[in-house]
Design a binder for this molecule. Structure first.
Ligand SMILES: Nc1ncnc2c1ncn2[C@@H]1O[C@H](COP(=O)(O)OP(=O)(O)O)[C@@H](O)[C@H]1O
Ligand SMILES: [Mg+2]
Length: 284
């Protein structure tokens, strides 16, 4: 993002908030449980969990399908309310939509009648109403480069592959540089090479912009390569089964890091935790 810095200077920065009352925690889930009622039947999606994500920390959540990973992100985004317990964001109780997070949901929610470029521009049009068309166009072009979609800016979502739509959604979230990113399996649909490129870009961006990230993935290697900490959820109803710090230096070469001894050791340890849960989780 060579040109990004200059263009971002004029935009309002998020209000600096003292970390004193939050102990450096950006997200704190305190004894949070979630039940869903489907046709009169209660299903427990999340057991009471306690999870803290510190400011500027990159935390991945891994676990079998249906264990409550998306539910956890929805709770932090304020799209769901906990059945019991509380979710705090930067020391404040999350009540209603949490506008300080950018959320890349599992399903892409692009507007089919807008081109890729016009989809990416939506947050700027909404949030920075005084921004000139020219600045918006430049920022969009920058994001299109960043996610490797040069030449596809005038395509409509229906004319793009699943992986490309995912990248448009990613660009649309990154364009306003939220202080916290919630990402729900954002790279699942991408091929292996493109995934690595996106990992590299994401690491650079989140480090440069000092972002806090909650990242949900099925891919344990991806979680280790990107994260400061990996949290393994049990099969439904989800609870936290294991947590590991990832003591790999930054900036990391997201490709080479996979050959480090620490990486293999962590992969084996975490896989041992995860595999039992994956077996339990395949009850469908
Ligand atoms: N809106 C909802 N209504 C009813 N059940 C839901 C809803 N969202 C999730 N669930 C259920 O909660 C459990 C956890 O879902 P989810 O958080 O999507 O899991 P994951 O993202 O780990 O695959 C699943 O059993 C799912 O069917
Ligand atoms: Mg999910």
């Amino acid at each position: 993002m060579p040109r990004g810095d200059t263009m971002l200077e004029n935009r309002p920065k998020p209000t600096p908030v003292s970390a004193a009352n939050t102990g450096g925690a950006m997200v704190r889930m305190q004894d949070v449980a979630k039940d869903f009622s489907v046709r009169g039947k209660e299903t427990r999606a999340l057991q009471p969990i306690n999870l803290t994500v510190n400011r500027r920390e990159f935390v991945s959540l891994v676990g079998p399908s249906g264990c409550g990973k998306s539910t956890a992100l929805n709770l932090v985004a304020g799209l769901l309310t906990p059945t019991s317990g509380q979710v705090f964001y930067d020391g404040q109780l999350v009540q209603g939509l949490n506008e300080r997070v950018g959320y890349i949901t599992q399903k892409d929610t692009l507007l089919p009648w807008r081109t890729a470029a016009d989809n990416i521009a939506v947050p700027l049009e909404l949030r920075c109403r005084n921004e000139s068309r020219k600045v918006i166009r430049e920022r969009v072009a920058e994001m299109i480069e960043l996610v490797g979609l040069r030449g596809f800016d005038k395509h409509y979502p229906g004319e793009l592959s699943g992986g490309m739509r995912k990248r448009v959604a990613l660009a649309r979230t990154l364009i306003y540089e939220p202080e916290t990113l919630l990402m729900d399996e954002p790279f699942g649909a991408l091929d292996a090479q493109l995934k690595l490129l996106m990992h590299d870009q994401l690491q650079r961006l989140t480090q440069q912009r000092k972002m806090t990230v909650m990242f949900v993935t099925h891919d344990l290697a991806e979680a280790i390569a990107l994260s400061d900490r990996v949290v393994v959820f049990s099969a439904r109803p989800g609870r936290i089964r294991a947590e590991r710090e990832i003591p790999l230096d930054r900036p990391r070469d997201v490709f080479k890091v996979r050959f480090a001894d620490t990486f293999s050791r962590l992969h084996e340890e975490l896989w041992n935790e995860l595999k039992d849960e994956v077996v339990k989780g395949t009850d469908v």
